[in-house]
Write a protein that binds this ligand. Sequence first.
Ligand SMILES: Nc1ncnc2c1ncn2[C@@H]1O[C@H](COP(=O)(O)OP(=O)(O)OP(=O)(O)O)[C@@H](O)[C@H]1O
Ligand SMILES: [Mg+2]
Length: 629
Amino acid sequence: MSPPSRQSDPSIEYSEGSQIKTLLAILPYLWPTGRSDLKTRVIAALIALLFAKVITVVTPFSFKYAVDSLTNGGAAVSVYSLMLVPIFLVIAYGFGRVMMIVMTQIRDGLFAKVGQSAVRDLAIRTFNHMHRLSLRFHLERRTGGLTRVIERGTKGIDVILRFSLFNSFPTMIELTFVCGILAWNYGWIYAAITAVTVILYVGFTFLMTEWRIAIRRAMNEADTEANTKAVDSLLNYETVKYFGNEQHEADRFEVSMKKYEAAAVKTWTSLTVLNSGQALIFTIGMTICMILAAQSVEQGVLTVGDFVLINAFMIQLYLPLNFLGTVYRDIKQGLIDVETMFSLMDVSPDVQDVAGAKDLVVPNGDIEFDNVCFSYDPARDILKNVSFKVPAGSTTAIVGPSGAGKSTISRILYRFYNLASGEIRIDGQDIAKTTQGSLRAAIGMVPQDTVLFNDTILYNIGYGRPGASNEEIKEAAKMAQVHDFVLKLPEGYDALVGERGLKLSGGEKQRVAIARTILKAPPILILDEATSALDTLTEQEIQSALGMVSKDRTTLVIAHRLSTVVDADEILVLVAGEVVERGKHADLLDKQGVYADMWNRQLEADEARRLLAENQETGIIQPVVPQIR
Ligand SMILES: Nc1ncnc2c1ncn2[C@@H]1O[C@H](COP(=O)(O)OP(=O)(O)OP(=O)(O)O)[C@@H](O)[C@H]1O
Ligand SMILES: [Mg+2]
């Protein structure tokens, strides 16, 4: 049997038979330490439960006496008592039933807070854990599947707590009560038949449910798969349209939905088998009891009221038992869901603070890469013996072909990954030995592709420093040249940016990202192609803004457009993970090496573009073929 998570989440360990462990891990939530209010609620709920059960068992007696007094009418002394007694008894019966329901409702109401507080607690813990896990984990994971696991897991906790406390346990109490009363009043045979019926019923239910759980797992698996595909497809809405692949997406989704359909149908048909079997077992037991009772009534040993009472007991017992099947299923399902969630919690982050990690202190902001080797996958080296220094306050540019490992340098400086070997030091401190929080607080990042939160522009810029005032946010926006643009929007700073920021243009998004980094005001700055999506004019404006921001900061610029880095204090040329050239712009040009080559090519391309634009303006239709070597 494969758990729902195995295919979609290869790193989640799942061990069969650890359900007792899971159950034990959940139990403390029933008795939360330090929450006397919740404990009081649990006790009050248990008292309400006990009341409900006592009333449940006592109420049928009023029914029996009502029937007896009605059927023995002839023996009654007066017409008055003939009518009064049964009516009173029937009212008592009605009252008993109402009380039973009221008590049950009080119990549920009292317990709601206990269950929900457990749900909240676990949801928050899992959420925090997800954020602690490494980038590697998240890149390998499908977000849709992950949120589902958390959603189902937290719900599972509530189900388990509620059902184990309010169904399995009370039903056992009721069964004991009923068997005791039957044995005491009508002889052991009735108690024995009832007990055997219930045992057979429970055994059958458990066996069948085991079989059904496998089916349920397949259904969950298909469900997660379909959901992941739908989320992924909708996230890629634009891409789907670019390639006109709606049909392809629909087909993929349909394959998953068909799997789900098949599994869901099987789940329902197996439920039919289960329900019919349950009904059969119980009805046989009850019928035997009723035949015995009927014979006894005929022989005059029992009254008609007794006959009715035995029937009432059994029917009453059937209600929670009928529910027990569902409960067992839901508890088992809940345990699976919770276990999947717990195993997610057991995944430990790749990147962890070492024992005794100290906070990074950045008095100056010197960065040093010392013989750094790195690979995402051991089979393929990405960075090979990269060494360089960025003295405090200076700007170093990294240039090189696509895929050379430029963005990777920024990621490892942020410590999203551990190094294979070598060291990265900031002001002399090995970043592998500092706390991740303090490290990340010291670095500002304008990433290559900015993703924004689906919220207002104000929120997205303010994200750079939670708690910043609106004035500060607007100030940052002005510096990043995004203020004027925002004022043009009908809703201004309250305009929503759409999912992942898709309602903004690439350049606007980048400027929002720059603004929020300006607001963070970190001592170290990384700009990854920070101005790649801008037109020349805006780019120049932003360059000046960035120049101001990076003036007293240690800055690492990753750039494709070499014109933006001519002023850098040092330029590193990275090719296939190796620094092949380094120096100032002029020196590198003199070298006539890789950099000079890249520079010339860009110049030619720029010149070609300029000529093309000019010719179009003057109306000369004469395409200029850019000479790119
Ligand atoms: N999470 C990852 N897992 C495995 N390989 C990765 C991962 N991220 C990047 N790579 C690989 O590492 C190499 C370097 O990637 P990187 O993003 O650093 O390139 P880059 O120099 O920034 O390129 P570009 O100029 O196109 O942005 C690429 O070949 C890429 O395929
Ligand atoms: Mg990159």
